[in-house]
Structures are given as structure tokens and as C-alpha cells.
Design a protein around this ligand. Structure first.
Ligand code: ADP
Length: 490
């Protein structure tokens, strides 16, 4: 145990960060010291061990050791600042601290902490300053420090690359800069306006500078200026310049694309409105005159003539239906929907859809299974009803037996998912995307329709920030799924 403590003690002495000495309290005789102690005094251990610590104290007070021991014993102070003499008569300012060793009588440990000389202090400060300067100089943004008279105290590499010019700027103002660079004073004037504003409001300022570049472009720099006060007096200002040219150009590009798209969208909408509305009139004329022809002159035509006449009547009818479908599609207007978004009671929306199809449901003896409860969502109630109406109508239409329809829903993290399942003819895998496109129909001739219903459904779902798809094995029915965003505005 004894030897273990001794080796721990040795370790402590070797690794201690300060010179440490073990001395007799009564005589101040040096008993032991560590390597740092030897380094600090510069004497060999044998010499130190033959000396009294008080011999090295040179503050001019011959009783210094005894007095400090007395203070320590009285519990008044255990450390003091003094001067020691080392090898080659070097005088060092030190702080000495007593550390008592309780177990050993008349023995104390003293820790010697060298105090920095003015020279050392200045050197350390310079080292620190150059460290910060290196960091500031290499900052990826432009950085400068200005005094309260708006003269530059520091300019980073990114602000001015040429070292000579950078050096020249110290002590100069923005007006000097403009003069040196043969520029008009607008930049300096604008900056000084901001500086004055900062001095008045005493808060940071931000603005964007526009600089013409050599290739005729514009460089945008976001300037941030932070004031630094001491006792309420403006002392310095820290200015940052961040190149935001790419961001500004990207924003401008996006705005342009958006503007172009809005124009194109508007033109497309107008085109669809005109097509669906204005073409109806001449179409009505064709339909009514062919009907008159058919009524009055049916006898004058042979069988082929009557057949052709019927083709014209049917085609006019069909075109009328297509135009009506197009009109309904155009009515689901993406731009205007936001204004009409409200709470939707989905139970009501679904029962309205069923009520609108009452006759068709009764005629076909359709059985509809509904969920036991319903979620409330945000959306467009009228379009939401139309969405269910189209899906239920299709489920009835594309069915060869008594239609069995199941409506259901499930809650997801951000969405509500609805489903409409039927026992109809099913949809082949290869048509699962196509059916959602405008005027796309599969079994032309066999089933009535215009191919607009699902395109409208998809558009309504998109308005509710959701998605729509169908699952089917291609023979025993289909299930149409769609989601709507829970929080419409996010
Ligand atoms: P329309 O019903 O007027 O033909 P839709 O856009 O509603 O137009 O549907 C497009 C096509 O998708 C339909 O022509 C049909 O071929 C197919 N389809 C839609 N719903 C079903 C369904 N429930 N079962 C089978 N096929 C369907």
C-alpha cells in the first residue's frame, strides 16, 4: 500500500502542470520538486535540496516565508504574489500557493505559478489577434469592420482580393473607394444613408447592393451591418456581404416561368371555354336542320340516304355530349378553388351523390354499403359530391350483374384515403393510367359516356392535394382509391 501511494505520488508530481515543491514548514528547506520545478528554477535537484525555499524569495521582506506561513495557519490566506530568483539571476513574478499535507507534520506542498510578463502578455495577445484575423480574412462571405466615422479598420480577402488595395483601404471610407476605382459616388452615398440610419436607430441594417459586372450582368450582394456599442457609444460596425446573385436570378426565372405559365393557362382555359360554349351554337343548328331534313324529306331518301342521315344526327348528339363534358371539366377551376374551400361533412357529400343518382340506383337495384362513421375534411363540397357521383355512376354503368358497391375510408398521417369498390367488368392493367385522361374510354359503343368523368375526378382530387388510382384484377370488379390532404392549407 505504502509503495502504491508513493508511485501515485510520483505520477502526480511528474504530470502536474505547475512547478511543485515539498518543503519543511519550519525551516523552508526544499525536500523534493518535480521536473517543472527544476525547469522553472534551472538548478539541479541536488542544489535545490540543499537550499531553503525562502532563499529564493527576493521581494525584499526577509520574513516573507514566516509571515505567509502564519497567515496560512490563521486561515486568512493560502497564496501570495511574489518574486523568485532563478538560475542566471533571472527574476520571475510568481504566485505561490500552499497545499497542506495533513498526514505529514511540518511538511507542506507549494505550487508555483509563473505570472506572465508584459512582454509575454503582448505576445499572447498578438498571437490571439492573428488567429482571429486569419479566420476573419478567410471568411467565405465579404466581411469588414468600420469605426464610428465609417472608416475601414479591417477588410477581408473576399471583400477585396488585391492585398495592396486591401491594405490601402484601411482608414479609408466608401467615398475614397469610389474615387480610387473611378466610380461614381452612388454606392458610397447609398451606404452612408444606411450608416446614418443605423447610427440613428442603433439597430442592425440590411439591404441589397446591385453591382454592374464586367460582362454587363448584375451582381446582387446582401449587406448586413451590425453596430457594436461600448457604454452606449457606437464604437464599431461589422459588415457582411453575401453574394445572392444566383438566388435572385433563380427567383426572377421562377417568376418569369410562373408569369408565362399563367398566361398560357389562361389562354388554354379561354380556348376550352370558347370550344365548349361557342361550338354548341352551330352544332345545335346542324342537329335541328338534320332533324327537319329527316322529318320532311325522309320519304325522298332511299335506305342508304336515311342511314347516313341517322349518322349525322347521332354524331351531332355525341359531339354535343362531348362539349358538355368539356364544359364540366373546365368548370373545375384550379385557380378559383382556394376561395371555396370549407369544411366538408363527407357523410352529407356522399349521401347527396347517392340522392342525385336515385333513379339509376333504383332501376339497376344497386346495393351500396356505406361506412359506419365519416371523417370531416377541408375541401370543395360541390366538387367532392361530384367526385363520388362519377365513381358511383361508373360502378353502376360498367357492371353486367346487380351492382354491389362498397364505399369506405381510412385515416393516414397526412391524408384521408377513400375507396369505391364495385363488382363490375374490371379494368385491365394496361388501361389503369389511361382511363384518367380526358376523353379516354375503353369499351366504346358498348357503354354510354364521354370519357370525361374520371378526368374530372382526378382534377378534383388534385385540388385537394391528393392522388387517385385504381386497383383491379381485370375481371371481378375494380376499386377506385383517392386521398385528400387533411390540412388543406399546409
Ligand atoms: P365515361 O364513363 O364517360 O366513359 P370516365 O372518364 O368516367 O368516362 O371513364 C373512362 C373509362 O374508364 C370508361 O370508359 C371505362 O372504360 C373505364 N371505367 C371507368 N370506371 C370503371 C369501372 N368502375 N369499371 C370498369 N371500367 C371503368
Amino acid at each position: 500500500m505504502e509503495t502504491q501511494i508513493q508511485s501515485a505520488w510520483q505520477l502526480f508530481m511528474t504530470h502536474a502542470e505547475f512547478p511543485i515543491m515539498i518543503c519543511r514548514i519550519s525551516t523552508a528547506r526544499v525536500e523534493e520538486t518535480n521536473q517543472r520545478g527544476l525547469d522553472a528554477f534551472g538548478y539541479p535537484l541536488s542544489f535545490l535540496k540543499a537550499s531553503h525555499f525562502s532563499d529564493f524569495l527576493v521581494s525584499g521582506n526577509p520574513n516573507e516565508w514566516e509571515e505567509q506561513i502564519a497567515l496560512k495557519k490563521a486561515g486568512l490566506s493560502d497564496k501570495w504574489d511574489t518574486k523568485i530568483i532563478c538560475r542566471k539571476n533571472e527574476i520571475k513574478s510568481v504566485e505561490i500557493k500552499f497545499i497542506e499535507i495533513q498526514a505529514l507534520e511540518d511538511v507542506c506542498l507549494i505550487r508555483i505559478k509563473e505570472q506572465e510578463t508584459e512582454d509575454q502578455k503582448v505576445r499572447a495577445l498578438k498571437k490571439q489577434l492573428s488567429f482571429y484575423e486569419t479566420i476573419l480574412m478567410q471568411m467565405p462571405t465579404e466581411f469588414a469592420v468600420l469605426n464610428a466615422k465609417w472608416q475601414y479598420l479591417f477588410v477581408s480577402h473576399n471583400s477585396i482580393k488585391d492585398p495592396e488595395f486591401r491594405e490601402w483601404m484601411i482608414g479609408k471610407t466608401d467615398y475614397d473607394f469610389c474615387r480610387y476605382r473611378n466610380k461614381d459616388y452612388s454606392i458610397a452615398e447609398n451606404r452612408h444613408k444606411q450608416y446614418n440610419e443605423l447610427a440613428r436607430t442603433k439597430t442592425k441594417k440590411e439591404w441589397i447592393d446591385e453591382h454592374k459586372t464586367a460582362d454587363g450582368g448584375t451582381k446582387y450582394v446582401l449587406r448586413k451591418l451590425y453596430p457594436y456599442f461600448i457604454d452606449g457609444e457606437l464604437q464599431m460596425n461589422f459588415g457582411f456581404g453575401i453574394d445572392i446573385t444566383e438566388r435572385i436570378n433563380a427567383e426572377k426565372e421562377r417568376e418569369k416561368i410562373l408569369r408565362d405559365m399563367t398566361i398560357q393557362n389562361e389562354e388554354l382555359k379561354q380556348f376550352a371555354h370558347i370550344t365548349s360554349h361557342d361550338l354548341k351554337e352551330p352544332l345545335r343548328t346542324i342537329a335541328s336542320f338534320t332533324n327537319i331534313l329527316k322529318r320532311r324529306y325522309a320519304g325522298s331518301f332511299d335506305e342508304k340516304g336515311n342511314e347516313y342521315m341517322q349518322f349525322v344526327v347521332d354524331s351531332a348528339d355525341r359531339m354535343g355530349n362531348l362539349l358538355t363534358g368539356l364544359r364540366s371539366f373546365v368548370t373545375v377551376d384550379l385557380d378559383r378553388i382556394e376561395e371555396k374551400i370549407t369544411d366538408i361533412n363527407t357523410q352529407k357529400a356522399i349521401s347527396d351523390a347517392i340522392a342525385n343518382l336515385k333513379l339509376r340506383i333504383e332501376e339497376t337495384h344497386t346495393n351500396i354499403t356505406l361506412p359506419t362513421n365519416y371523417p370531416n375534411i377541408k375541401g370543395h363540397p360541390q366538387f367532392f359530391t361530384q367526385l363520388f357521383q362519377n365513381l358511383i355512376l361508373n360502378a353502376i354503368k360498367f357492371c353486367k350483374k346487380r351492382p354491389e358497391i362498397r364505399i369506405d375510408w381510412a385515416e393516414q398521417t397526412d391524408f384521408f384515403q377513400f375507396s369505391v369498390q364495385d363488382n363490375g367488368i374490371g379494368i385491365d392493367d394496361k388501361y389503369k393510367e389511361r382511363i384518367f385522361k380526358l376523353f379516354n374510354r375503353l369499351d366504346r359503343g358498348k357503354y354510354e359516356g364521354t370519357g370525361v368523368g374520371l378526368a374530372i375526378c382526378k382534377k378534383v382530387v388534385q385540388l385537394h392535394h391528393g392522388s387517385m388510382w385504381v386497383e383491379s384484377d381485370g375481371i371481378s370488379g375494380s376499386t377506385f382509391f383517392f386521398t385528400v390532404k387533411k390540412n388543406y392549407l399546409n
